[in-house]
Design a protein around this ligand. Structure first.
Ligand code: C2E
Ligand code: CA
Ligand code: CA
Length: 540
């Protein structure tokens, strides 16, 4: 048996350890999975927020620029030039009419005047950052953190209007550490209008962006590009992503207890399952001791003559309350716990106890016994059978062994043991053929006498299902290798006829007989092996 299986079996006997392992593994997995989902969700939220913020920004900036343009257009349209009282009134009127105009000024090289007496913002303006055909733009004209200083200046002819840093911060809710930049010279230069100076271009060769999406996501920052009508400049909002680990911390506090609770539930469920299977395995042990296991015999018939040629021994567990537990439930469990060896020995012993006399009287009659994978992996079963054969004077050819394809995992070891069984005269049958991985080439290397076609393929016969062609294929394969074929689970006469016409010689199924008690089986054989007018029923 492989070391992994042995380890698993060892764990089965330490339910607490298994439950703790399951709980810890699921806690780690759950935590990692929920952390991944939470991080992804946070990033998506952050990006969505940035998109929404960017759109809001653009709206408000357009409002501000709109008012600045209106203001400067109004001044340009009025006739006054020079710094007289009419001009001052016009400048004050424009500032008064437009909420976002903080200062309006007249600058013609010789004289400068503004609605804000005493302020001298416009005297020393450098050349404009953006020179359009109609308007000139000055960005971030002051680095002083004074809210009452111009942040954006728009010029037309001798007139200048500006909005203050205070106005800008009022209308745009800049994220902490974020900046609003105007990108100039085809992306080569960026002037921060609000917020701290940012390294430009952003690191990582991401500018100019290849995608047309407004939001560019970098590992440490988000960059939102706002579309502008002018090709000369772009508005860009940059926000750091530094807040992410902090936010994750918050989410973790919610995830942590949730994942632990779920992991605890999984551990508890595993504990219950293991305890249940352990209690079933100890029940099975008791059942073996108290003799609650029985063996039934399902006759196997020659399809042409409808004569019974043998039977398959099938184990049953009848509990003291009369209920039956299906072998499909307790055989796999017994295979896991190793109790299957005791069951195989019990079945063999019972076959000899109940049928040795019948077998001696009918030397061509045989009984086939199911073997589990672990029975095939060691030569033990050959010794057990040899002892019983000698005691009861029965020929080895009258005991056949059924192995499933799944039972041939380590094929080299299995092959030697099967060969040893055949060498003393036993027949070897491959059970449930077609459900495993046996190919023709593989089959050729196995020391077997007969194939049993699984019931699923017999059921599919004559239907349009994709598997309906499997049985004829198996039959052809078996004939090519000169193997006998037994069809399992025949329930209808048409199936028996069809199989017979395909060259199948033997069959087993409810059409002929359910599994019978030893007494019923002996009766069938002594009556002359032929089927009676009524189907023979399962006594159990
Ligand atoms: P299996 O070896 O394929 O046995 C054939 C199963 O098909 C038996 O179920 C049998 O009662 C059932 N069967 C036979 N003819 C028909 C039919 O016409 N229609 C239908 N629907 N079913 C039919 P059972 O006795 O419940 O056994 C189930 C499985 O348990 C067996 O499948 C075998 O894998 C395992 N098993 C039974 N007894 C033993 C045993 O002594 N040792 C081992 N290792 N496994 C056993
Ligand atoms: Ca079988
Ligand atoms: Ca079978």
């Amino acid at each position: 048996m492989s070391s992994a299986l042995l380890m698993l079996r060892g764990l089965l006997y330490r339910p607490w350890l298994l439950a703790t392992l399951a709980a810890s593994a699921s806690a780690i997995l759950l935590l990692l999975a929920s952390l991944g989902v939470a991080m992804h969700q946070l990033q998506v939220n952050e990006s969505e927020q940035m998109n929404a913020r960017g759109e809001r920004f653009l709206d408000r900036l357009e409002q501000i620029f709109g008012q600045l343009r209106e203001g400067v257009d109004e001044l340009q349209a009025q006739p006054a030039r020079g710094c007289d009282a009419t001009m001052l009134a016009a400048l004050q009127q424009v500032a008064f009419n437009n909420r976002f105009v903080f200062e309006a000024a007249y600058v013609d090289g010789q004289q400068t005047c503004s609605n804000r007496l005493g302020d001298r913002t416009f005297e020393s303006l450098p050349p404009p950052d953006i020179q359009g055909p109609t308007y000139s733009y000055w960005l971030n004209t002051s680095t002083e953190p004074d809210d009452n200083r111009a942040a954006l200046v728009l010029g037309r002819g001798p007139f200048r209007v500006s909005t203050s840093r205070g106005h800008l911060t009022d209308v745009v809710d800049l994220p902490a550490g974020g900046s609003l930049l105007v990108v100039l010279d085809r992306g080569a230069r960026a002037v921060p209008v609000l917020g701290p100076v940012q390294a430009w271009p952003p690191p990582g060769d991401v500018w100019p962006p290849v995608s047309t999406k407004a939001l560019v996501e970098l590992p440490d920052r988000l960059v939102y590009r706002m579309p502008t009508k002018s090709p000369d400049y772009q508005l860009v909002l940059i926000a750091p992503r530094a807040s992410l680990p902090l936010k994750i911390n918050g989410v973790l506090w919610l995830l942590f207890p949730g994942s632990l609770l779920l992991a605890w539930c999984i551990g508890w469920a595993v504990l219950q399952l293991v305890r249940q299977s352990r209690s079933m395995s100890s029940e099975l042990q008791g059942a073996l001791r108290r003799g609650e296991l029985q063996v039934l015999y399902q006759p196997i018939f020659e399809l042409t003559s409808r004569n019974c040629v043998g039977a398959e021994a099938l184990v049953r567990w009848r509990r003291p309350d009369g209920s039956l537990t299906s072998p499909d439930l307790f055989i796999p469990l017994a295979e896991n716990t190793g109790q299957i060896r005791q069951i195989t020995d019990f079945v063999l012993q019972r076959v000899f106890d109940q049928l040795a006399q019948l077998l001696r009287a009918n030397p061509k009659l045989y009984i086939s016994v199911n073997l589990a994978a672990c029975d095939v992996m060691v030569p033990r079963i050959g010794r057990v059978a040899a002892r019983l054969l000698a005691t009861h004077h029965v020929a080895a050819s009258q005991i056949a062994f059924e192995v499933t394809e799944r039972g041939l995992i380590d094929v080299v070891v299995a092959r030697d043991n099967l060969q040893a069984l055949r060498a003393v005269g036993h027949q070897v049958l491959i059970d449930d053929f077609g459900t495993g991985y046996c190919s023709l080439a593989y089959l050729q290397t196995l020391p077997v006498d007969c194939l049993k076609i699984d019931k699923a393929f017999i059921d599919a016969l004559g239907h349009d299902a994709a598997s309906s062609g499997v049985a004829p294929h198996i039959i052809r394969m078996a004939h090519a290798l000169q193997l006998r074929v037994i069809a399992e689970g025949i329930e209808y006469e048409d199936q028996a006829l069809l199989l017979n016409s395909e060259g199948v010689n033997y069959g087993q199924g409810w059409l002929f007989a359910h599994p019978l008690s030893a007494r019923q089986f002996v009766e069938l054989i002594t009556r002359g092996r032929r089927l009676g007018p009524r189907r023979i029923d399962d006594e159990a």
